[in-house]
Design a protein around this ligand. Sequence first.
Ligand code: SF4
Ligand code: SF4
Ligand code: SF4
Length: 250
Amino acid sequence: MKYLGIEPARPKVAVFDFTGCEGCELQLANKEESLAAFLGSIEIVNFREVTSTRRDDYDVAIIDGCISRDDEVERIKEIRSRAKILVAMGSCASFGGVNRMKNAYNLDDANREVYGDKPQATGLTRSIKEVVDVDLEIPGCPVSKEEVERIVQHLVLGVAFTFPVSPVCFDCKHRFITCLFEHGKLCLGSIARSGCNAPCPAGGLGCWGCRGPAEDCNLEQFIAIARERGFSQKEIDERLGFFGGFEGLR
Ligand code: SF4
Ligand code: SF4
Ligand code: SF4
């Protein structure tokens, strides 16, 4: 890849997984049509899903997953100390993601219920920024490969990247989808960050906010409208809490 006729330096990139389903890493690895160009613009020095290379001389560390065990705290601190830029990739890394739901339960009871007399190490779910400094968060469950590729291009060229500031409704209206509220369904589209092309409203599911809040979203007004439309506070809270992106906004 050249920019203004100049071959930019290829940053050394490492990808690490913590607590999560690794779906975001798969997004990076499985888009064959652009994989060669993507890998050609960076030097992968550590990425368990795509290479057996294990080097620690990375410039950029991309983190998939959240923190939910003590050994992960030590590991992320070690990675942070080596990386010039640390990127939290996906809703788990950015907000805790679906894992955050376990924070509502007694973990000792849950451990006994699931693992019996062989309890597993576990703790409260934390996002990456709750443990170490994060330079950039890429939201989404999973992340959009196109968006990650654009961000990596910006990093390579040293150009700041800005996320869309509009809500998902913006994408939804571009697709001429009838608002799901008109069908009696709940949707976070008016307060969630766009850029995903609204696949969930298009599929009739409503938005669950996997990309976190849109800039300056009016959460109070959203809740008031949803209540007016007959949704209970419990339904609204469950939806807002699902990916953890709205944590701390209320
Ligand atoms: S954000 Fe979603 S796809 Fe990515 S690791 Fe977490 S659960 Fe998996
Ligand atoms: S369905 Fe959701 S995203 Fe689409 S217009 Fe309605 S609230 Fe917005
Ligand atoms: S519509 Fe909402 S839940 Fe679905 S991908 Fe977009 S932000 Fe995520």
